[in-house]
Design a protein around this ligand. Structure first.
Ligand code: PLP
Length: 359
């Protein structure tokens, strides 16, 4: 159905946008009224009716099933490939634990990854090969011991979009893609990728502690961190028959309010969101360049805009902007500042950013 909401209508659903130039979705997106209404009404029902009985469990299971479907649609896969998680980090840990890597094994990653991926890679016990975010470099690092390529779809540092399908095709290896900075920000097609993570709280503007892991072939990944959701049946010694599909990897009970909240948040995203976010991110880059600032400018870029401050510490700029009602962040150890530009970003937000970006 065509989305005839105007920008003003769509923005009006996010109260924080009235006061703040909210350029922080790369960490946590703005919340819409309908997201919090859905969350509250679930919790209110739990308050009044309790959290017990077949009806309650059925409702939770229905909410989980609907959310798997909806998240799958966002990335082009069926619900049977989707496991609900608490975060991207959760998804990376599930995959790395399930692969059962050994000290002689190698995994290839890039120099620009977030600890949400790097931590699980390191904890896997495999040797982590770090190369620049480039297809030839990745292919060149493959050895007979390489078990996995693990990279972001969009780099959290520069906003660069990595050609993850090409990495898969050229290496022929299993690939784990960290989708924290892509899902909800740019169109995503997770088909053909072995493992793909989603964060609910960032560009999807959902509640914290929500996310998903897409698994192309669930039967080929061990369930290394089972929860009650993992098993179709089990024996007294814990031996279990996994549930069908990716549901078997679901690590925890998710509050019903969060399930309903994320579903509502996805529904708020306008049809024209991707197009407008890309346009506004480009406008942001152009304005920062006009202001004499040096920006990160990868050839393929998403909605994160990073720049180097002009002769001042990044924290000084973050503080000055925060005082002016503009929320951005610095990237520790990189000397960069980062604005997350969403479909909701207005021209006035960008003007406020640029006028506070330098003294
Ligand atoms: C590229 C990337 N990966 C992973 C994460 C962690 O995401 P989550 O909090 O959903 O685990 C972030 C941001 O926090 C990120 O930017």
């Amino acid at each position: 159905m065509p989305d005839d909401r105007t920008l003003e209508d769509a923005r009006a659903q996010f109260p924080v946008l009235e006061r703040i130039a909210y350029l922080q979705a790369g960490s946590a997106g703005p919340l819409a009224r309908s997201t919090i209404d859905a969350l509250r009404s679930e919790e209110e029902r739990n308050l009044q009716d309790g959290r017990a009985g077949a009806e309650y469990i059925d409702r939770i299971l229905a909410l989980r099933a609907a959310l798997r479907r909806k998240l799958g649609e966002l990335v082009g896969v069926g619900a049977e490939h989707v496991a609900l998680t608490a975060s991207t980090t959760d998804g990376c840990n599930i995959v790395l634990a399930g692969l059962g890597l050994e000290p002689g094994d190698e995994v290839i990653t890039t120099s620009d990854e977030h600890f949400g991926l790097l931590g699980p890679l390191h904890a896997s016990g495999a040797r982590v090969m770090v190369v620049p975010p480039d297809c030839d470099e990745i292919v060149g690092a493959v050895t007979s011991r390489t078990r996995l390529v693990a990279v972001s779809h969009v780099l959290w540092t520069s906003g660069q979009i990595l050609p993850v399908h090409q990495f898969k095709e050229r290496t022929g290896l299993p690939i784990l893609v960290d989708g924290a900075q892509s899902v909800g920000a740019i169109p995503v097609d997770a088909r053909g990728l072995d493992f793909f993570t989603i964060s609910g709280q960032k560009w999807l503007c959902g509640p914290e502690g929500t996310g998903a892991l897409v698994v192309a072939d669930p039967d080929r990944l061990r369930v290394a961190r089972p929860s009650y959701f993992s098993q179709a049946e089990h024996l007294p010694d814990g031996t279990f028959v996994p549930r069908s599909g990716a549901r078997r990897f679901e690590p925890n009970w998710i509050p019903s309010g969060s399930l309903a909240g994320l579903e509502a948040a996805i529904d708020v995203q306008p049809d024209w969101g991707f197009e407008r976010a890309a346009e506004m991110a480009e406008r942001c880059r152009a304005l920062l360049v006009d202001a004499g600032l040096e920006i990160a400018l990868p050839a393929e870029r998403a909605t994160l805009v990073s720049w180097w401050p002009a002769d001042e510490e990044p924290e000084t700029v973050v503080t000055r902007l925060a005082e002016a009602g503009v929320v951005v962040r610095e990237l520790p150890g990189r000397g960069l500042l980062r604005a997350s530009v969403g479909w909701w970003t207005s021209d006035a937000d960008l003007d406020r950013l640029v006028s506070g970006a330098r003294v």
